[in-house]
Write a protein that binds this ligand. Structure first.
Ligand SMILES: Cc1ncc(COP(=O)(O)O)c(C=O)c1O
Length: 437
């Protein structure tokens, strides 16, 4: 394919500096302007190819420019780009129907918005309206977005900018087994972190909460994965205190964790509300908050709501096509199988490189926590930096996260095949061999 860009790398980087806010997070010592993508490959403006194992932050779930998605978007764009949800449209209602079919339990009615932040905001106001209460319990190290509410729910100082802005939000410790907040070891800990939710409700709220909100696997937090008992214990506590269970699947939905469409299904609970975004439409802006008809009914009694771009027909058409590709070519079972191959390879790398303190995650959502040494577990953001530069050089895109900036996040498009995983593991192996701390 011919390159189509007209600006050089230097020009793009100069304009980035001159015209965009300096607080945009940009990867690499010298940022990497990308020009195009196809499947699991992307090309920079100088024509160098990279294997993409971060998928635009777990978003291009069926790979770059997947033809079926491109076709669906073209068709919808030619018919109508926008009408607003003042006028029902086919893509919007069909997507809502599809969501009701693939989400667990009695979740049936959707409210589409343009982002994950919006989806979480919508879930919280839903819980407040339904319960008539104001207090929310979230988790430390969680991430919920960049609005005032999103930043207050977020418990990761780097992402809170102005600090807490919305009253009534409190945080329990998270299920971070590698760095247990109670310095205990699973399973003899008795999942003390789940019990902490009760303590937090009893000590920092009125005891009458509107909801508990958490990610099944904390994404930005560094792919922190709760033990299998965790959410059942928490759900009992939350129900006892009259709150709704809001599960933020912005990163974990659509088969990402393998074998199930939604991450929370691995913990065998039925949430009252699920929020999702990122991988929902392969890169088109879309978020969704899905709940039961009974809970949603309370909003109609409270008043009206509208999201101008929410339920945009082009994003909805892209989402329908994305889900269809997943069903036909990369269903949760495929992701489960690929996840086993990826995880086995990462476990082998951990045996080889002491800098890898922990390997965790599920399916095609795997994290490596890098440490100075395994004894002290002191985080090594420097190793992360070196690995980033080395993988870039060798042609592999990966992500990072964690409170200490020392977790490598590996999350390729769900259409990844065994060959892609073998290639990524080989590059990671060569890159780790260059890391010196
Ligand atoms: C778990 C989770 N919730 C919410 C958000 C916010 O989504 P958005 O950036 O689309 O507003 C993110 C974004 O990374 C996320 O990871």
């Amino acid at each position: 394919m011919q390159t189509t860009h007209t600006s050089t790398k230097a020009e793009i980087l100069a304009k980035q500096k001159q015209y965009l806010w300096p607080n945009h997070i940009v990867y690499y010592t010298e940022p990497l302007p990308l020009e195009r993508g196809e499947g699991l490959r992307v090309w920079d403006v100088e024509g160098k190819a990279y294997l993409d194992f971060f998928g635009g932050i777990l978003t291009t779930s069926v790979g770059h420019n997947r033809p079926e998605v491109v076709e669906a978007v073209k068709n919808q764009t030619e018919k109508m780009i926008h009408s607003s949800t003042l006028y029902p449209n086919e893509a919007h209602v069909n997507l809502a129907e599809k969501m009701a079919q693939i989400t667990p339990g009695k979740l049936q009615v959707s409210f589409f918005t343009p982002s994950g932040t919006d989806a979480d905001e919508t879930a919280v106001f839903l819980a407040k309206i339904y319960t008539g209460r104001q207090e929310i319990v979230a988790l430390r190290h969680g991430y919920s977005g960049r609005s005032a509410m999103g930043m207050t729910l977020t418990a990761h100082s780097n992402w809170r900018l102005t600090g807490a802005q919305v009253p009534g939000i409190t945080h329990a410790v998270n299920p971070y087994c590698y760095r247990c907040p109670f310095k205990l070891t699973y399973p003899s800990c008795g999942v003390a972190c789940a019990q902490d939710v009760e303590d937090v409700i009893k000590t920092t709220t009125s005891g009458k909460i509107a909801a508990f909100l958490a990610e099944p696997i904390q994404g930005v937090g560094g792919f922190i994965t709760a033990p299998k008992e965790y959410f059942k214990i928490v759900q009992e506590v939350v129900k006892h205190f009259g709150g709704l269970m809001i599960i933020d699947e912005v990163q974990t939905a659509f088969g990402r964790t393998g074998d199930k469409w939604f991450g929370i299904e691995h913990w065998d609970i039925e949430p009252d509300v699920i929020t999702m975004a990122k991988g929902i439409a392969n890169g088109f802006p879309l978020g969704n908050t899905i709940t039961t008809m009974e809970i949603a009914q309370s909003t109609a009694e409270a008043g009206l709501s509208l999201s101008t771009f929410g339920g945009n027909p082009v994003s909805c058409a892209a989402s329908l096509a994305t889900i269809e590709v997943l069903e036909n070519h990369a269903d949760p079972q495929h992701v489960g199988k690929m996840g086993i191959i990826l995880r086995a390879g990462l476990d082998r790398l951990q045996e080889k490189y002491p800098v890898i303190g922990d390997v965790r995650g599920m399916g095609l959502m795997q994290g490596l926590e890098l440490v100075k040494d395994r004894q002290s577990k002191e985080p090594s953001p420097e190793a992360t930096r070196q690995l980033f530069e080395a993988t870039k050089e060798l042609g592999l895109l990966i992500g990072k996260g964690g409170l200490y900036g020392n977790v490598i996040r590996i999350a390729p498009p769900l259409t990844a095949q065994e060959d892609d995983i073998v290639e990524a593991l080989d590059i990671l192996d060569r890159a780790f061999s260059q890391v010196k701390i």
